[in-house]
Design a protein around this ligand. Sequence first.
Ligand code: C5P
Length: 224
Amino acid sequence: QTSTTLAGKKIVVTAGGTRERIDPVRFLANDSSGKMGYTVAQSLQKRGATVILISGPTNLTPPVGVQLVPVKTSAQMHDAVLEQFANSDGLVMAAAVTDFRPVQVAAQKIKKTAAAKWSLELEKTPDILKSVAKIKQSQQITVGFAAETQNLQVNAQHKLVSKQLDLVVANDVSQPGVGFNGDTNQVTMLSQNQPPITTELLPKTAIADLIVEQMVQLLPKISL
Ligand code: C5P
């Protein structure tokens, strides 16, 4: 394993959570810290890849040598991914994309009223990986994440097929030390033609190296 295995390859990585505005002072967001995506970006970069990191707002510093494309909303991330994916060798979609957004964004701060209840109408955001699947070429590889609290393998297997992924990194976010925000993770990696690989609970840096190792194994098969 050399540090230049991925030299000449352009890989797009998404990280962090997206945000959707409700009004000028409020937004919908999620618990994603961005750590898993940033660590994968670093690991790919260490292997010699040209890495484009499309990130929602985080507290993290992008790895040196990685090109950062900052975005806020799921729509911005969607457009940035489609633009960057077109001439890339692969995509790692580690971002926690907001699944819903307000149908209407209020131009002014929404005021409290006497009513005890208030509701917000939401609409689905576009599924970025599904858009990518439509333009994906046979030599490009796509990696998705599946954060689940139940039926991990069944749900992850479904994503592998429905989003036409080469690799799904699934984690059970109900387990201590797994998933959002922490520095550790435990994952099961599913691909089309191999038995699932389940890791120990490891630092996210080690998990990132294992994900990249799987990508390295998938890339030549497809691009040769
Ligand atoms: O469908 P679900 O959100 O559970 O799938 C998770 C995977 O899909 C992640 O890789 C995530 O980045 C990606 N995703 C996406 N577009 C969305 C929602 C999730 O690409 N709107």
